[in-house]
Write a protein that binds this ligand. Structure first.
Ligand SMILES: Nc1ncnc2c1ncn2[C@@H]1O[C@H](COP(=O)(O)OP(=O)(O)OP(=O)(O)O)[C@@H](O)[C@H]1O
Length: 697
């Protein structure tokens, strides 16, 4: 096995070692900042997490040149022999046809597909396949064939017997255009983003989503399209996968003379994530005439079919996430005219509110995409999400579910909802295919994990202070920015109050630290995100609000000031660093005696992550064997409690009385520095190093 991201850094068992690692020590004078291997240090040549050697397999064709531009044509080959029985394919749906620019597919054999997928630790499974021919009855008493089949699949899955599939993998982006008919503009837009190689989730999902008749041609009954569930690590490029799939479906239908209208809805749990997806979408649709719009308060999306819309400059700000992360967000909802969108990105609540007010459904939507699907189907959002799902009444609706974590309860909910919906609409559900990257265990393999025992709450404060008060000159610039996660809004605010004056005025002062949580208004939230992205804020204290989906490329590390209460929470929080396969990110989890009842959950994820990264040596592990063995399993009561509230703490206090004192001290130091500078200038000496250079101690 050749792990893509072997761990770096020496084992650090004590708090001191961890801080050395965090700040890269104070003796780094010989190693300039630019040489540090940090996740924010630039583009990663290969964003793939896994490329194992699979025994006994020699790839017949080398992977295509990673540098090859997407729009480049593939060499013409003389074999294109779809193996599926044409007669078996449903005649009612229009068949995909090769466009003039589309080249015949250069397909791998099933065995080769299996090897490529295996080498990237990708597992594709058929979760559900409706019986053929379909007999769906509305009657509750009489069981339909769909129900029989569903039960059979559930029974099979309980026995672990789901059928494994070997779809064609996407070995190079150039295949998107050549083999799967992606529009030229979208392909060029992808190149513009500087992506060279598909990530695992893109490699495993895009062929099936773009053209199942090619990707799954050996599988009877699947070539007509499938519903899709993807479970792939944080930062592995799921957004591009679902956006390209949605965009391609629209351009393909429009190319065949299909009507205009809202065709895809992407649902995400937070406003910040909605903005980010709109931004990504807009980069991909440039020049295609498609509009990606983020739903905001007051937005009235056009939800019926329309004539091709003229470009309306007044609509512009509705589709642009860059400025939707602006103060405008918080403006009182003004009376807006209807907004045309091809792809609408929304939180579930906003769209549901609009639909129920209007008493309307989403009859034109053919793609419903749930990003962070496990959260959207969790009790907090479940009713809204299911209600949105029910509103999408188009018979050939394609569903897709994306997350880095997907519990089996969510999978069961998805399969049963698909079945119920099909029965109520008297339609045939699509087969459901699930892709898992990392085989079965979800983990964060390209991040260095650390567990830090701090004794008590006071110890945590001390620990985090050492993090932001390093001794070396450039350390802040090297290791920060950091994201710090707390359990509640109150704790995030309290910690912010505590640390506010810890960065001296000469280094930017209190402006370098901020707290972001759902208690803030939209404008403040947007402003903080913008400043954090711009590198103005170095330490962002937050709650699980920011744990999901947000892609801050500059984040070098994550601190769990409070132990996450579930494996999923740990995975998503620590996945905010090390995006797109970048190495060098660090995730530190501080724990005290109080955390022992739940610590094993986190410890287990760390162990799996380390194993996936090929870090086999026990002494290198962040979780010593003795600790893992002694930590108790999370009790039933604890689990129940956590499930109910997601919180453990009743005491929100993070106390210290020295905040004001520190502010005074920093002001005093700032005044001395300024006076020294003035003296030098008046002596004719040049002012050296305008920036803060660290504490003198
Ligand atoms: N093929 C690629 N090559 C390099 N970078 C890529 C590629 N595809 C996507 N990226 C970049 O990877 C980063 C992470 O992507 P994205 O946010 O889609 O991850 P994700 O899988 O949705 O993660 P999460 O589970 O945290 O939401 C983004 O900055 C994106 O631009």
């Amino acid at each position: 096995m050749a792990p893509a991201n072997p761990k770096s850094g020496a084992p650090a068992s004590s708090a001191r070692d961890v801080f050395k690692l965090l700040t890269r020590g104070s003796n780094r004078k010989s190693a300039p900042a630019s040489t540090a291997v940090l996740p924010s240090a630039g583009a990663k040549a290969n964003p793939q997490l896994y490329h194992d050697q699979v025994r006994g397999h020699k790839r017949k064709r080398p992977s295509q040149d990673a540098e090859a531009p997407v729009a480049e044509d593939l060499p013409v080959v003389d074999f294109f022999a779809p193996k599926q029985d044409e007669a078996k394919v449903d005649k009612k749906r229009p068949k995909r046809q090769t466009s003039p620019e589309r080249k015949p597919a250069q397909l791998l054999s099933s065995d080769e597909c299996r090897h490529v997928l295996k080498s990237h630790r990708i597992k594709v499974t058929l979760m559900y396949k409706p019986a053929e021919p379909q007999t769906v009855k509305k009657s509750k008493k009489k069981k339909s064939k769909v129900a029989d089949e569903f039960e059979e699949l559930v029974a099979q899955s309980k026995k672990g017997e789901k059928k494994q599939l070997n779809p064609q993998p996407l070995e190079s982006f150039s295949q998107l255009r050549g083999q799967y008919g992606l529009s030229r503009r979208v392909a060029e837009n992808l190149v513009h983003q500087g992506f060279r190689q598909p990530t695992e989730v893109q490699l495993g999902s895009l062929p099936t989503l773009l053209d199942p008749s090619v990707a799954l041609q050996e599988e009877s009954g699947l070539q007509d399209g499938v519903d899709f569930m993807a479970v792939a690590p944080t930062g592995s490029g799921k957004t591009v996968s679902f956006l390209i799939a949605a965009i391609n479906n629209i351009t393909w239908r429009r190319g065949k003379g299909g009507k205009h209208g809202l065709e895809a809805v992407i649902v995400a749990p937070t406003r910040e994530l909605v903005h980010q997806i709109v931004n990504e979408g807009n980069k991909l649709v440039q020049g295609t005439g498609l509009k990606v719009v983020g739903m905001r308060r007051g937005t009235k999306p056009v939800i019926e079919e329309v004539n091709p819309p003229e470009d309306d400059p007044e609509d512009e700000d509705d589709g642009d996430a860059a400025d939707s992360e602006s103060d405008e967000d918080n403006a009182a909802p003004k009376q807006k005219k209807a907004t045309y969108a091809d792809i609408l990105v929304t939180t579930p609540g906003l769209l549901i509110k609009f639909l129920s007010k209007q008493k309307r459904t989403l009859s034109t939507v053919k793609d419903l995409i749930l990003d962070e699907a496990d959260v959207l189907l969790d009790p907090l959002f479940r009713d809204q999400t299911l209600s949105l799902w029910t509103s999408c009444t188009h018979p050939s609706l394609r569903l897709s579910f994306w997350s880095a974590t997907m519990g089996s309860n969510i999978e069961t909910l998805v399969t049963s909802t698909i079945q119920t919906r099909a029965q109520s609409l008297e339609t045939t559900p699509k087969p459901l295919v699930r892709l898992v990257v990392g085989l079965k265990d979800t983990a964060v393999p390209n991040v260095t994990h650390k567990l830090l025992f701090t004794g008590n709450e006071a110890g945590k404060l001390l620990a985090i202070r050492s993090l932001i008060r390093p001794t070396a000159k450039d350390d802040l610039k090297i290791r920060l920015p950091f994201l710090v996660f707390t359990e509640t809004i109150e704790r995030a605010t309290a910690l912010h109050d505590e640390l506010r004056y810890d960065i001296p005025v000469s280094a930017g002062g209190s402006g370098r630290i901020a707290a972001l949580h759902s208690g803030l208004n939209d404008a403040s939230r947007s402003a903080i995100v913008r400043k954090f992205r711009a590198g103005e804020i170095w330490l962002l204290i937050t709650t699980d609000l920011l744990a999901r989906g947000l892609d801050f490329r500059g984040v070098n590390g994550v601190v769990n000031y409070d132990v996450p209460t579930s494996a999923a929470s740990y995975i998503h929080r620590s996945g905010r660093t090390g995006r797109a396969g970048r190495e060098g990110g660090i995730a530190v989890t501080m724990w005290t005696h109080d955390d022992i009842p739940i610590l094993k959950t986190v410890a287990n994820v760390i162990v799996v992550s380390e194993r996936q990264a090929g870090m086999d040596k026990e002494e290198e592990s962040a979780v010593p064997k003795w600790l893992l063995e002694r930590l108790p399993d999370v009790s039933k009561e604890e689990r129940k409690k956590l499930k109910k509230s997601g919180k453990r703490r009743t005491d929100h206090k993070i106390t210290s009385t020295s905040g004001v004192e520190r502010q005074k001290e920093n002001n005093r130091k700032g005044a001395i520095e300024a006076s020294k500078k003035r003296k030098k200038q008046s002596n004719g000496e040049e002012a050296v190093n305008e920036e803060w250079g660290g504490f003198d101690d």
